[in-house]
Design a binder for this molecule. Structure first.
Ligand code: FES
Ligand code: FES
Length: 203
């Protein structure tokens, strides 16, 4: 018993205490006892929240968030914009693609705080009232999906491509959606849909 207490005193924190702190998440630093017995660093509250203003699909949102929250988490779990899909959450699949200032970005790899002051567009923002936007319409016409899970990300990548290059070649289309994986292998249909979307956008 005394041995255990000595061990804890030497390390300044017990194993159980450490696990409790890690389990709380979002702990930026722990209070560690220095040689003089005083805390070496200040503890940061795990639930520290900060105000953020986000411009999403032309609408301003003001909310309280934790600094560690990704844009993906905020879109889906705080704002109910579930058109943006969650899959790998480590920048590998593209399912979570949104536009930030017109450029395709992975929402799972972007902190919500980083997106402040920028224009964010999600799948919902491509709708024209109750009607599908041109890229969405083209994906429907060309049956550019099987399970459909990658489709929102593919559509956002295509939208970003067509905003910067309204008349892309096949090679440019391949490159434009190369950050978006389709496990069903619907690539040929996706490429055709992007060509069609380019035509529809011209009207
Ligand atoms: S969920 Fe973001 S890249 Fe896969
Ligand atoms: S349609 Fe299934 S992953 Fe692309």
């Amino acid at each position: 018993m005394a041995e255990q207490r000595d061990e804890r005193d030497r390390k300044g924190i017990t194993r159980r205490g450490f696990l409790q702190i890690v389990g709380a998440g979002a702990v930026a630093s722990m209070a560690v006892t220095g040689a003089d017995g005083k805390p070496a660093t200040e503890a940061i509250e795990p639930t520290e929240m900060t105000k953020v203003g986000l411009l999403i699909n032309g609408r301003r949102h003001r909310l309280l968030i934790e600094p560690r929250w990704s844009l993906l988490f905020v879109l889906r779990e705080r704002l109910g914009l579930t058109g943006t899909k969650v899959s790998c959450e480590r920048g590998e699949c593209g399912a979570c693609t949104v536009l930030i200032n017109g450029q395709p970005r992975y929402a799972c790899m972007t902190l919500a705080l980083e997106a402040e002051g920028k224009e964010i567009t999600t799948l919902e923002g491509l709708m024209k009232g109750e009607e599908l936007g041109p890229v969405q319409q083209a994906f429907l016409e060309h049956d550019a999906l099987q399970c459909g899970y990658c489709t929102p990300g593919q559509i956002m990548a295509a939208e970003g491509l067509l905003r910067s290059n309204p008349n892309p070649s096949l090679e440019e289309i391949r490159l434009g959606v190369s950050g978006n994986l389709c496990r069903c292998g619907a690539y040929e249909h996706i490429f055709r849909a992007v060509r069609r979307a380019a035509e529809l956008r011209k009207g």
